[in-house]
Design a protein around this ligand. Structure first.
Ligand code: IPM
Ligand code: MG
Length: 357
């Protein structure tokens, strides 16, 4: 198996180093090759997605990515900015299905800003479409009108097949997640009362649901979904939504679990080739200080083992090791509460390795 390691910017390198440490401790037959992306790609080759990095990613079975972005690149032309590298690799590799699970570890119930009874037992999966929508729709740009005023344009668009394929991913995951006799549930999030793009989204989801009689499909407007996620998050099982709504809702959902530093993600193509990355960003303000939380990246490795390498045993080993480290009281600063053992990024990596059985 070939794995591309793309640490990226900010805290990317330090969190990826911990995830690699955990992966190596598993002694699997995985060949790892590192390459720059984002600001690091720009520094190395003048391009946030250097050709060599894209080539490596295409040739690999999976990609482990840290994070991209740093304020110091904000003044670069848009196509040179770190985020463009990330968006391009998603598009080039056709990674249309972004899975962002929000799972509350019982030990962290106190770390959430919500009351423990609202979040305890939380286990939801956001399925976000990742290669379409207003992120990629044409026309786009900033132009000058005849009267001299500037206008910014982005275009929200989805065709049927794009909606159907992400819908399938969501329905299939809901069936796999079904627990002891409970009905599998998918909540499709849209703004069908205002936006035609998402009116079509809703129609296609309804059509598709006919093929999945075991799954209960519901619909929610995105504004209401944002509110319900805070009010009563445990009502959700699988949520499926477009690129921009999914971007926003997944950040919101992450805070239910105590810290965005806990949330892994997988971005998959039609053949389960995937890119795995924490849901959070590059946090340049804390980079290099050994205080970042590496658990989202380590848990992304577990998702990689599960979805691309089909190795459920190793995936569970990693997830259980994270649970053990938390149960032993180890916490990075973002999830620290009174009475726990506060440790740094590197030590948290070691704690997870220690806990592997
Ligand atoms: C994410 C990030 C990215 C996105 C940015 C960095 C381009 O926020 O993965 O959620 O908007 O998709
Ligand atoms: Mg985001």
């Amino acid at each position: 198996m070939k794995l591309a390691i793309l640490p990226g910017d900010g805290i990317g390198p330090e969190i990826v180093a911990q995830a690699v440490k955990v992966l190596k401790a598993l002694n699997l037959n995985i060949e790892m090759t590192e390459a720059p992306i984002g600001g690091a790609g720009y520094e190395a080759a003048g391009d946030p997605l250097p050709d060599a990095t894209l080539k490596l990613a295409k040739e690999s079975d999976a990609i482990l990515l840290g994070a991209v972005g740093d304020w110091k690149y904000d003044k670069l032309e848009r196509h040179l900015r770190p985020e463009r590298g990330l968006l391009r690799i998603r598009k080039e590799l056709n990674l249309f299905a972004n899975l962002r699970p929000a799972l509350l570890y019982p030990e962290l119930a106190d770390a959430s800003t919500l009351k423990p009874e609202v979040v305890s037992g939380l286990d939801l999966m956001i399925v976000r479409e990742l290669t379409g929508d207003i992120y990629f729709g044409q026309p786009r740009g900033i132009s000058t009108l005849e009267n001299g005023e500037r206008e910014g344009i982005n275009t929200m668009r989805y065709n049927e097949s794009e909606i159907r394929r992400i819908g399938r991913v969501a329905f299939d995951i809901a069936m796999k997640r079904r627990k002891n006799g409970q009905k599998a549930r998918v909540c499709s999030v849209d703004k069908a009362n205002v936006l035609e793009t998402t009116e079509l989204w809703r129609q296609v989801m309804i059509e598709l649901s006919a093929e999945y009689p075991e799954v209960e499909l519901s619909h929610m407007y995105v504004d209401n979904a944002a509110m319900q996620l805070i009010r009563a998050p445990k009502q959700f099982d699988v949520m499926v939504t477009g690129n921009i709504f999914g971007d926003i809702l997944s950040d919101e959902a992450s805070m239910l679990t105590g810290s965005i530093g806990m949330l892994p993600s997988a971005s998959l193509d039609e053949n389960n080739k995937g890119m795995y990355e924490p849901s959070h960003g590059s946090a340049p303000n804390i980079a290099g200080k050994d205080i970042a939380n590496p658990l989202a990246t380590i848990l992304s490795v577990a998702m990689m083992l599960r979805y691309t390498f089909n190795d459920e045993v190793s995936a569970l080993k990693v997830e259980n090791a994270v649970k053990t480290a938390l149960a032993q009281g180890y916490r990075t600063a973002d999830i620290a509460t009174a009475g726990c053992k506060k440790i740094g990024c590197n030590a948290m990596g070691d704690a997870v390795v220690e806990a592997l059985v």
